[in-house]
Design a protein around this ligand. Structure first.
Ligand code: NCD
Length: 331
């Protein structure tokens, strides 16, 4: 793996390996001193052209805990707002000596352009591009699911036999797309649930089932997890549903649906949440909710990805042991 642009096209052993290395990283985060020397001397640039809270601070924390130097760059307040192109921005980062560029961009495909342009030598990590993909979010979601469902000893395991409902604004969601590819690769059964207007045209060819009625889908599939998606009003130029009230009534995870789901099933949301719209406060704050766990796991998963891309450890196999070796050396 030289870049991480998408989850589509990942190999199964590659994906499981990232999750296993993330387990090693999570263990290091329980220690009193959480910092590892692994990426000392490397420079990671966070290049954010779109707003972000969780993803940006999570990548920053991950890089810092691996002792990399971190430069966080947001397009607002930079020369991008003076019209500087992606190429000139990238070449500036190359001149500074960036080893990895974490990019979030409103255009689907921007990270791909950066990775294949020849402008830079750095590893490119997609932190969300338009409505296309958000691979580290899917990896942290899969990690969260695997830990919750398989317990402490989830290493080496996939998600065979697990059923996940992804509910809401699929049309605008890069999180839904990255999760669909990754979860189905890991053997999970994926069901998309949304009003017909929020299902993308191509979705009928995807490895998933599609339903439009949330109550029926909950009864039919008895899912292990429901992943609620934010209504991305900022990407909507048309009316996709009659009103927010109507949406919440039909597709929101309210208290009645939370109890229909049962206490063994988990409630996920990538954040930021619209409380009272796609998810009720009761569901978001329930013991089944993994919202904050997802955020915490995001740091371990991003540490794993940065480590795999930057430590020279490319091949699948061996990275976990090396992380272990480093931990020992550090003790
Ligand atoms: C998501 C994103 O930006 O794609 N958020 C995130 O990264 N945690 C989802 C969203 O904005 O709704």
């Amino acid at each position: 793996m030289r870049h991480l642009l998408s989850t589509r096209g990942l190999a199964l052993d590659e994906a499981v390996h990232v999750l296993d290395v993330a387990e090693e990283m999570a263990e290091t985060q329980l220690r009193e001193v959480r910092k590892l020397p692994t990426l000392r001397g490397k420079t990671v640039v966070n290049l954010f052209f779109e707003d972000s809270t969780r993803t940006r601070i999570s990548f920053e924390a991950a890089a810092k805990r691996l002792s990399a130097d971190v430069i966080t760059f947001s397009a607002k307040g930079s020369s991008v707002s003076k019209g500087e192109s992606l190429k000139d921005t990238a070449q500036t980062l190359q001149a500074i000596g960036a080893d990895a560029i974490v990019i979030r961009h409103q255009a689907s495909g921007a990270p791909q352009v950066l990775a294949t342009s020849g402008w830079i030598d750095a590893a490119v990590l997609n932190a969300g591009d338009g409505t296309h993909e958000h691979p580290t979010q899917a990896l942290l979601d899969a990690f969260t699911l695997r830990r919750r469902l398989h317990g402490a000893d989830s290493r080496g395991r996939d998600l065979d036999g697990v059923t996940v409902l992804i509910v809401g604004d699929i049309l605008h969601s890069r999180v839904a797309r990255s999760n669909l590819w990754l979860l189905s690769l890991l053997g999970a059964r994926v069901v998309l649930v949304a009003p017909a207007t929020l299902i993308p045209h191509g979705a009928h060819g995807w490895p998933c089932e599609i339903r439009h009625d949330l109550d029926e889908a909950l009864a039919e599939f008895r899912p292990d997890a429901v992943m609620m998606l934010r209504i991305q009003a900022e990407r909507m130029r048309d009316a996709y549903f009659p009103s927010e009230r109507e949406y919440a009534r039909q597709w929101g995870l309210d208290s009645a649906r939370l109890s229909a789901l049962g206490s063994a099933s988990i409630v996920m949301h990538p954040g930021p949440m619209n409380r009272g719209l796609e998810i009720s406060a009761a569901a978001a704050d329930s013991p089944q909710s993994t919202v904050l766990e997802q955020v915490a796991n995001g740091v371990s998963v991003r540490m794993a990805v940065l480590y795999l891309l930057l430590s020279g450890e490319r091949a699948a196999g061996g990275a976990g042991e090396r992380a272990q070796g480093e931990k020992e050396a550090e003790r």
